[in-house]
Design a protein around this ligand. Structure first.
Ligand code: DSN
Length: 422
């Protein structure tokens, strides 16, 4: 735990918030699949002196003096990223996943060009052209879907038909609420047929790819990957763009990030990315990633045994989507609220072909990256899934909820949030 001694002495209001959040994270189980606990080493770098420095440009080509240390840290982050993802180029400056995607679109397309991406209600992401986003006004987004929402199989025939008709510049693979592996070779085959770039937004699964427990899109010929660095990769909140081998694409990506869409890079966060990538290169990160998958499978079994419908029929990765409204008569919002009451945090989520609203959908989305970081294994994952189901069933039973909360507290005490991984 960090002690915040200077904040404590200077700013009681901020101190109260930070200590409160430390406590919340320690005493509850985090199942939001896009969250994780970073090491204190990553937090030290994120809170470091590098926050003081302007470094517009790239290593060796900056617009300000005094760059001997910023150049060193950015180069280190780039080299580690390239090693982790087996690629030739990395841009570690994007401030987040959305910023990475915006820069990627501008690097590869002209305004008005078309992107073929996963339907948003089938697991795609807001930044893949949701009608409410600004990027949707600049580019044309068309969709592919799952063929069968109960197996998760992508409709590759329809994808090809739309690609032939719409002639997209980019075919985008990736998701924020989809639990199956993709057939990356199929994407590349279709993209070649229509002359499109292939981009994988691997924000959710980057750590699992880096560890080698999920497929690496670059092994199948993808051109570009965008990602966040704070989910399964267990780094600071930020983004990154990776290019398999094309120098031309890499140059365009660099220009699109700076000066195209960003100003001064956040060097303290780049330092924290370097630290996190160093941790991910350690052998024990592979074990962590493998356990993330095993824990998700253990949770899948409990939900299946309880006859609760899982979208995609289950999971190949770190996350699960359950139709709790269809199976238990509990809405996504009700489930989120009652699980919060017993100390389990997850998020309500629309399910494919949702009939309810985004604010109170039919589903919940949950995953295992953070609980696995605490050292929990299949036994605890099974227990947690049982507690989740019991809690949703007992949503109006105060006494039962007190007992369930005690079980959650006991798990948290047995598996404290770690401070270091190497
Ligand atoms: N908000 C992230 C998630 O939870 O999936 C994606 O950006």
């Amino acid at each position: 735990m960090q002690h915040y001694q200077y904040i404590k002495a200077q700013d009681e209001e901020v101190y109260t918030v930070l200590v409160g959040e430390e406590e919340r994270e320690r005493t509850g189980i985090e199942l939001i699949p896009s969250e994780n606990y970073v090491s204190l080493a990553v937090r030290e770098a994120a809170g470091s002196v590098l926050t003081n420095k302007y470094a517009e440009g790239y290593p060796g080509r900056r617009y300000y003096g005094g760059q001997q240390y910023t150049d060193a840290i950015e180069t280190l982050a780039i080299e580690r990223a390239k090693k982790l993802f087996k690629c030739q180029y990395a841009n570690v400056q994007p401030l987040g996943g959305a910023a990475a995607n915006v820069a990627m679109y501008f690097a590869l397309m002209e305004p008005g060009d078309t992107v073929l991406g996963m339907d948003l209600s089938h697991g795609g992401h807001l930044t893949h052209g949701h009608p409410t986003t600004s990027i949707n006004k600049v580019f044309n987004f068309v969709r592919y879907k799952m063929k069968d929402v109960d197996t998760g199989e992508i409709d590759y025939d329809a994808l090809r038909t739309v690609a032939l008709r719409e002639k997209p510049k980019i075919i985008l693979a990736g998701f924020s609420a989809y639990s199956r592996e993709l057939d990356y070779a199929k994407f590349v085959e279709i993209a070649k047929e229509v002359g499109a770039y292939t981009v994988a937004d691997v924000a959710h699964i980057a750590g699992l790819i880096a560890a080698g427990v999920l497929k690496n899109p670059f092994d199948y010929g993808f051109d570009v990957m965008t990602t966040t660095t704070h989910k399964t990769l267990r780094g600071p909140r930020g983004g990154m763009i990776l290019v398999r081998e094309s120098e031309d694409i890499a140059k365009r990506i660099n220009k699109a990030v700076f000066p195209g869409t960003q100003g001064g890079p956040h060097m303290h966060i780049i330092a924290a990315k370097a630290v996190a990538f160093g941790e991910a290169l350690e052998p024990n990160f592979k074990k962590y990633a493998a356990q993330v998958l095993k824990n998700a499978k253990a949770m899948e079994k409990v939900f299946k045994d309880a006859k609760i419908r899982l979208l995609c029929g289950g999971t190949d990765n770190h996350l699960l989507l359950a139709d709790v409204y269809g199976s238990l008569g509990v809405t996504g919002q009700e489930a989120e609220t009652v699980l919060d009451e017993v100390g389990i945090t997850l998020n309500k989520n629309m399910i494919a072909d949702e009939t309810r609203t985004a604010m109170d959908p039919s589903g919940i989305r949950f995953g295992t990256p953070a609980m696995t970081t605490r050292g929990m294994k299949e036994g605890e994952a099974t227990k947690l899934a049982e507690i989740m189901i019991a809690t949703m069933r007992a949503k109006d039973d105060a006494a039962k909820k007190v007992a369930l909360k005690a079980e959650v507290v006991a798990l948290c005490e047995a598996f404290p949030v770690p401070e270091k991984f190497v």
